[in-house]
Design a protein. Structure first.
Length: 117
């Protein structure tokens, strides 16, 4: 191998090691757009109110009610579907078991943090 060939091979290796930049016009345009224009448009308040009334009307027609509450132990929002007459909870999201698991995990994490401090 001659000295000139070694230099040519070295230059080829250097060029191969460099990352190739490929220009993608759509990606470049998306990157320069403000974030606000790329996100989904916000839902209008009248539309939310309309859907809420429809859900409420349907639930009343089947003798059910929808309740929202904040679980004090975990800080999570809990949604319950109840029998309108008896108040019995028919379905709850997240369920009681999921709330207990979340509470245990939170307790264990805070215990671990207390031990490290």
């Amino acid at each position: 191998m001659k000295i000139g060939e070694a230099t040519t091979i070295e230059m080829k290796l250097r060029n191969a090691a460099r990352p190739q930049q490929v220009e993608v016009p759509a990606a470049r345009a998306a990157a320069t757009e403000p974030r606000q224009t790329r996100s989904a448009p916000p839902v209008e308040i009248p539309k939310i109110e309309s859907v809420t009334r429809q859900i409420d009307s349907y639930l009343r027609s089947i003798n059910r009610s929808l309740q929202f509450r904040l679980d004090q132990a975990t800080g999570q929002m809990v949604v319950s579907i109840c029998d309108a007459e008896t108040g019995e909870v028919i379905r709850q999201v997240p369920g009681e078991e999921a709330l207990r698991i979340a509470q245990r995990i939170e307790h264990q994490l805070s215990t671990m943090l207390d031990e490290k401090a």
